[in-house]
Design a protein around this ligand. Structure first.
Ligand SMILES: NC(=O)c1ccc[n+]([C@@H]2O[C@H](COP(=O)([O-])OP(=O)(O)OC[C@H]3O[C@@H](n4cnc5c(N)ncnc54)[C@H](O)[C@@H]3O)[C@@H](O)[C@H]2O)c1
Length: 433
């Protein structure tokens, strides 16, 4: 199959490299000249474990190419995937579809008969209809299909998720699109991946429903964690106690500083807007969004409280800035609200993150960035684990105690056991225990 990816970010690049690895001929297009130049020179513009080797291998085999030029990529493509961003529209929280619509307009003139245009970007119900309308308007006589194939990969585990997904969702309104997408994903079907074929609108909604449900699970356990703190119960026991119920499941029941990243915050908001537009309000998701917004900043207050109630004259070492481990993505990371809450309380912030500091520098002011966790802790009044990076799972507590002014560890990811830490003379503040 000849596949074109429009947009070579986290999703476009990972999907393109994996499709090439399946044996397809793939061309990844992007508007960002620096990104395409880097990829052509063998440099990967994002941090994603294993992606550099996968890209290099498939470029070397001749199956993966990069270009700025749609006209060069599109002729004779069997499937064109739109994988551009769909951020929150400023002001109202609707998904900003301007990049998706622009991609549809730009490709229209170059499509060949029979090509299937597939939205892989997360897009609200009805976006496929609009993509179809845009292309039809420019090419009234062209035979083409528009399908939906939402992506469920997680940053940090993206290649594995793409190659061994729980399911592949395909939304099609015609048989030709179903046949082409079946062929695109055929290499996965051998290892028992379920390919779910449904109507385009159901596929579009499935992605939002999945993300909203996962965000709900996270917010639910975060609120239970708050209650645990009040009633002296350990949230880990409660999470295990409910998670072993197969109707509930154990995953996404780890309390923490709130969900962030490039998907859950914007997708929950966009789903709310769709619900409002169609007069089917989603009250549960509304509560989740409000609960998560409050939680991020409240984590800053939790640290200030642990410091004795005030931040003036205090320095805090933040360990981790990204919204989760194994990514450099800082979009909507809880660390942003935590840093601002600490600074508002008068505290100084020193920070270390294995991959996120370059992006963090563009989003946060007056933070001292350090070379590792120990440099961050030098002279600080507390260390705060914000992200569950492996590098923070086995800290040297003898050394940390000597570097910190006050041996206080606020662990917003519950990476440690209280008894283990207290043995080193630390005061330990965790979440929900
Ligand atoms: N990041 C994730 O983990 C993830 C997971 C599942 C789904 N998604 C969804 O996938 C979509 C893409 O997300 P992302 O994180 O990969 O975004 P991204 O911002 O990393 O990448 C988008 C890329 O598209 C390029 N682009 C924009 N308009 C273009 C055009 N007209 N032609 C060519 N290139 C263009 C941009 O330059 C950018 O490189 C979003 O809808 C997102 O919600 C993301």
């Amino acid at each position: 199959m000849r596949i074109v990816m429009i947009g070579s970010g986290y999703v476009g690049l990972v999907s393109g490299a994996c499709f090439a690895d399946f044996g397809h001929q793939v061309c990844c297009v992007d508007k960002d000249e620096a990104k395409i130049a880097a990829l052509r020179e063998g440099r990967i513009p994002i941090f994603e474990p294993g992606l550099d080797e996968l890209v290099a291998k498939n470029v070397a085999s001749g199956r993966l190419q990069f270009t700025l030029d749609l006209a060069e990529a599109l002729p004779d493509a069997d499937a064109v995937f739109i994988a551009v961003g769909t951020p929150s529209r400023r002001g109202d929280g609707h998904a900003d579809l301007s990049y998706v619509h622009a991609a549809a307009r730009e490709m229209a003139g170059h499509l060949s008969p029979g090509t299937v245009v597939v939205t892989k970007s997360t897009v609200p119900v009805g976006t496929g209809d609009e993509v179809e309308r845009i292309i039809r308007e420019a090419r009234p006589d062209l035979e083409f299909s528009v399908a939906s194939n939402p992506e469920f990969l997680r940053e940090g585990a993206a290649i594995d998720d793409f190659k061994r997904p729980d399911r592949v969702v395909i939304g099609v309104d015609d048989d030709h699109a179903a046949t082409v997408l079946h062929e695109v994903y055929r290499p996965l079907l051998g290892n028992e991946t379920r390919l779910l074929v449904m109507k385009r609108r159901a596929a579009e909604l499935t992605k939002y429903a999945a993300n909203a449900f996962l965000a709900t699970k996270i917010s639910f356990i975060n609120e239970i964690a708050d209650l645990c703190e009040k009633v002296q119960a350990d949230v880990a026991d409660v999470a295990t106690g409910i998670g072993l119920d197969s109707r509930i499941g154990a995953r996404f029941l780890q309390p923490g500083p709130g969900y962030g990243g490039s998907c859950f915050p914007k997708d929950t908001l966009a789903l709310l807007k769709t619900g409002q537009d169609f007069e089917a309000p989603l009250r549960i998701v509304e509560a989740v969004v409000a609960s998560n917004d409050m939680r991020k900043r409240s984590m800053g207050r939790k640290v200030v409280h642990a410091l004795g109630g005030g931040g003036h004259g205090k320095t805090v070492a933040l360990l981790g800035l990204t919204f989760k481990a194994d990514t450099d993505d800082m979009r909507d990371s809880p660390a942003l609200a935590i840093v601002r809450a600490l600074q508002d309380a008068g505290a100084k912030v020193r920070a270390y993150d294995p991959e996120g500091m370059e992006q963090a520098k563009t989003l946060l002011e007056n933070v001292t960035y350090c070379a590792d966790a120990y440099e961050a802790m030098e002279g600080a009044d507390a260390a705060v684990i914000v992200t569950e990076w492996d590098a923070f799972r086995a800290l040297d507590f003898e050394r940390s105690r000597e570097l910190l002014k006050d041996p206080l560890l606020v662990d917003l990811r519950n990476l440690y056991d209280r008894a283990d830490i207290e043995r080193y003379g630390f005061r330990y503040v965790a979440v929900g225990r």
